[in-house]
Design a protein around this ligand. Sequence first.
Ligand code: ZN
Length: 142
Amino acid sequence: MSLFECNADKELMVRLKHDADLVQSITELARSKGIEAGSFTAIGALKSARLGYYNQSSHEYREIKIDSPHELASCTGNISLKDGEPFVHAHVVLADEVGNTKAGHLLEGIVFAGEVHLRQLEGPRLERKYDEVTGLSLWNAE
Ligand code: ZN
C-alpha cells in the first residue's frame, strides 16, 4: 500500500458546458486553477461516451462506444500528476431510458448537462508512474 496524507483545500462546484468532453473539461479546470491533486464526483447526462475496459492480461483497453443519450448516474474520479501535468482519472455509471446501466473507465463523455463537485487537495506530490505489473500509470510508490 502507498499512503499519501492530504488535506482538503478548496471545494469547487462547477457546471460543465454543453457539448464539452467531461474529462477534458476537468483537466482544463485543474490546469487553469493549478490543481495538482483532487477528487471529484459528477452527475448529469451525457449525449455520448466512450468507456474503457482494461484487459488485465493483454494490458489494453477495450473500447465501449455509447452513441445514445444516457443519465450520468454516477461519476467519480481523481486528479493527480502525470508527466508533471494534471491528469484526470474518472469512472462512470451511465443509465439508459429504462434504467439499464453501463459502467467503466471514462475515456470521453460528451456533456448534455453536467454538475461537478471537485475537492482540491494539498499534500505530498501525487505523481503517476508506469507500473510494470499492471501496465498502468499508477501513483508513485516510494
Ligand atoms: Zn480507470
